[in-house]
Write a protein that binds this ligand. Sequence first.
Ligand SMILES: [Zn+2]
Length: 83
Amino acid sequence: MKKTKLNHILPGDIREEDCPASQTGKQKHFWLSTSMVESRVDGSVFVRFICSRCDKLHDEVFTRQNFQTYQALIENNRKFAEV
Ligand SMILES: [Zn+2]
């Protein structure tokens, strides 16, 4: 199944960073989520992202409300299969 990149839910500097593994080297990272998603005691949610091309990692913390907005997207566009 084709994955949709999650760039639009990440901060601008992460979204706009060039991916060294892209064809021209000037395309943006192709961010997908990973299975590392953790609720924190303060209600925020930690999510680890990975670029599907160069495997760079990015950690982002969402408010509970933002996470709920993006939850389906995050769950449907994960790089690693769940065990
Ligand atoms: Zn990349």
